[in-house]
Design a protein around this ligand. Structure first.
Ligand code: CO
Length: 134
């Protein structure tokens, strides 16, 4: 069911500082910051040969990563995103096996304009999992 890792998302309290770390300390190629108000984040993409890392900073009052940063003030890995061919088939298979799909269970348009779903971290070893149909 799972395809490639599409991205790994890291919540950060200070996007400028995190971007500097990836660009200058780690020598990675980084994008300009992009504000995504509908997702409550500002994001910088770290482009790697085989995948990307997304540095997420809260944007706006009810950012979905605000609570995570309150618990992890220096930042941390927020979620991992796997690609799937058919997100509805993946969802139905997961639900049939007892995994919890967050929200109303219907795919939303994610930060890359593709359908996404999030799966409950308690069902996946403490890691929030995003599925993206590609
Ligand atoms: Co994501």
């Amino acid at each position: 069911m799972l395809g490639r890792v599409n991205h790994i998302a890291i919540a950060v309290p200070d996007l400028v500082s995190a971007t500097t770390t990836y660009r200058d300390t780690l020598g990675a190629r980084v994008s300009q910051a992009q504000r995504l108000p509908e997702h409550g984040v500002t994001v910088v993409f770290v482009e790697l040969a085989n995948t990307k890392v997304e540095l997420l900073e809260p944007l706006g009052e009810d950012s979905p990563i605000a609570a995570f940063l309150a618990k992890n003030p220096s930042g941390g890995m927020h979620h991992i995103c796997y690609e799937v061919d058919d997100i509805l088939a993946a969802r139905d298979r997961l639900k049939a096996s007892g995994a919890r799909v967050l929200g109303d269970g219907e795919p939303k348009t994610g930060a890359h304009g593709k359908p996404v779903l999030f799966l409950h971290p308690k069902d996946f070893n403490g890691t929030l999992v995003e599925l993206e149909q590609v």
